[in-house]
Design a binder for this molecule. Structure first.
Ligand SMILES: [Zn+2]
Length: 584
């Protein structure tokens, strides 16, 4: 699900070019007549209404940590139900609509030229009819449930406080809520909606764990060069120390990590922190503050979190030192790369501070004792291919080729490769480095097909063993005895084949007809539904594996029996067909 969300985030970058041209002209004009607007700092705070008329409570806040992206908005609770009325927060016009079976689900974008903002409403259940008719027209024209299109300013103008939609649980949503974003209209950078809306928070962030990470070959701590975790305890309100007041002995370069979360008044949810600051002997060495998110660089979060700990233990730990390839605009202050250089036999006084957006804060203080000791050299025996992060790296054998573009790695690695021979399978199993090492860009992967017995090569696909241990479809392009795909993951790959069509079962029949669709191998790909032989909007929800059709009185005659036909394909193009008659 996380992969899908990320895919969506990337797709959503800078989409509506013609709208932007209009906006740029608008901005130039407003510059001539008044002063240039300092948008991100809100020198004049835009006066927006709430997107819903219920008390504002968050289930997620801005810039919360997620693997592969920062949370680019806030999640407003909707009283555990779908169907809350959504209002446009300001005058403007609907600038973009996207409908998807995953990611943001049903999503509405409204541009507000006067305030220089775009408001985004995701996981919606339905739209007001003046918007819905435009969506339907587009879906029928494209013969596709999934659409993503831009609109000109005069197509769907809206006024402040106008009803536009109902909240829902569509796309990759874990329960009914409104995912709400405010973006700077021109740059499309996401801003913190709490700069506009006051949500009560008088609870301090809490600190859970400190990690001390000696830099390989350059540092040592507690006698080892491995990462070590320390439990924390509070000694008074918002004041933390290492459990039992222990100190840490170290030498050389040391990176620090912290697991901390924010909490809010009257909720049991866990949120992300707004500021994380490190002071060593009263000098700030690292200062991180989340005011805006650029979709172009959100994936660099993989170098900020301890990705290995996330992969292995599902823990999100913030690292207060940076890797060579990390573009992070939310780091406001940094000495060197943020690592401590313990090079004197003395006490180093470290203070880590976390704050939430309302200014509640917690502080952890501890001592690192500089103690001269031998730093173990890096053992490179476990990997013999040195891959610098800033060059193109490749790995090739007779059975596999792997090209990693420059800037894909966050730091240099000793690439490790092993393979498990399987003479009966469609390929050997290839283990490309470690799945807990993240990648920023797509690499090209080609695996040799063995035991090629099928005439239709589309049925072969590259499968990746994901974090849950399931083999996931990655691509099925055939190329002269090889299968190709693009991937941003290190780990285990092999070729599998899918010759079995998906299954379709009828769930309900009436004004709404719904089906459960399943494909255990490559997964459900495209689908299309027909009513009385004509293409119709059959919507799909990925998380429930359901496809539904709602009879549309504008397109289908009422009071008779209708021929319903659903075609579902898997990723390897195996087709299943379901036909039935429904009286409506
Ligand atoms: Zn959200």
């Amino acid at each position: 699900m996380l992969y899908q969300e990320t895919f969506f985030v990337y797709r959503s970058i800078l989409k509506c070019n013609f709208a932007e041209t209009f906006i740029i002209m608008y901005l130039l004009l407003s510059f001539l007549f008044t002063l240039a607007f300092p948008f991100s700092s809100f020198a004049e705070k835009p006066d927006l209404v709430q997107p819903m008329l219920i008390p504002m409570e968050l289930s997620s806040n801005f810039a919360e940590l997620r693997p592969n992206h920062y949370h680019s908005g806030v999640d407003f609770k909707t009283m555990q139900a779908i169907g809350q009325t959504i209002y446009s927060v300001d005058d403007g016009y609907v600038s973009r609509i996207s409908i998807s079976r995953n990611g943001y689900g049903n999503c509405l974008y409204i541009n507000h030229p006067k305030s220089g903002l775009t408001s985004v409403y995701a996981h919606l259940d339905s739209f007001e009819s003046f918007i819905d008719s435009v969506i339907k027209r587009k879906q029928y024209a494209d013969e596709s449930f999934e659409v993503d299109f831009c609109l000109t300013p005069n197509q769907l103008p809206v006024s402040k406080g106008q009803r536009v939609a109902k909240s829902g649980n569509s796309g990759s949503s874990g329960g009914p809520h409104l995912h709400f974003e405010l973006r700077e209209l021109v740059s499309e950078h996401a801003l913190n909606p709490l700069t506009i809306y006051d949500v009560k928070d008088d609870v301090r962030p809490r600190m859970h764990k400190l990690t001390v990470n000696p830099i390989k070959g350059k540092g040592i701590s507690a006698g080892v060069s491995d990462s070590k975790s320390y439990q924390l305890e509070t000694i008074s309100n918002g004041v933390y120390r290492i459990k039992n007041g222990a100190s840490i002995k170290a030498w050389g370069f040391i990176g620090l990590g912290l697991k901390a979360n924010d909490y809010m008044t009257g909720t049991s949810n866990v949120y992300g922190v707004y500021i994380l600051k490190v002071d060593v002997d009263d000098v700030t060495t690292f200062n991180y503050q989340n005011d805006e998110i650029s979709f172009d660089s959100t994936r660099y979060i993989n170098s900020f979190i301890d990705y290995e700990k996330w992969y292995k233990n599902d823990e999100l730990i913030m690292q207060t030192y940076v890797q060579p390839n990390a573009y992070m605009s939310n780091i406001k202050q940094l000495v060197g790369d943020g690592c401590l250089d313990i090079n004197e036999e003395r006490d180093y006084n470290v203070k880590m501070t976390v704050c939430d957006y309302s200014g509640n804060k917690s502080v952890l203080s501890f001592v690192i004792k500089g103690q001269k000791q031998l730093i173990p050299i890096v053992d490179t025996a476990w990997g013999n291919n040195y891959f610098p992060w800033d060059t193109l790296n490749s790995f090739k054998t007779d059975d596999i080729s792997f090209y990693i573009p420059a800037g894909s790695l966050y730091s240099d690695i000793y690439f490790n490769y092993i393979y498990n021979k399987d003479s009966l399978a469609y390929s050997d199993t290839h283990v490309l480095h470690y799945p807990y090492v993240p990648m920023q860009k797509y690499a090209d992967l080609k695996i040799r097909l063995k035991n090629d017995i099928l005439s239709d090569k589309q049925k072969y696909y590259i499968a990746y063993k994901n974090k849950r241990g399931e083999w996931e479809f990655m691509g099925n392009t055939y190329d002269d005895g090889f299968i190709k795909c693009e991937t941003r993951f290190f780990g285990e790959y092999k070729i599998m084949c899918d010759t079995i069509a998906p299954t379709i079962s009828l769930l309900s029949k009436g004004k709404i007809i719904s089906f459960r669709v399943k494909d255990d191998t490559s997964g459900v790909g495209k689908w299309s539904g027909y009513v009385d032989g004509k293409w119709a909007v059959f919507s799909m929800d990925n998380k429930t594996n359901t496809i539904s059709y709602v009879f549309d009185k504008n397109r289908v005659e009422k009071g008779k029996s209708h021929k319903i036909e659903l075609h579902v394909f898997d990723e390897c193009n195996n087709e299943a067909v379901y036909k039935t008659n429904v009286w409506w």
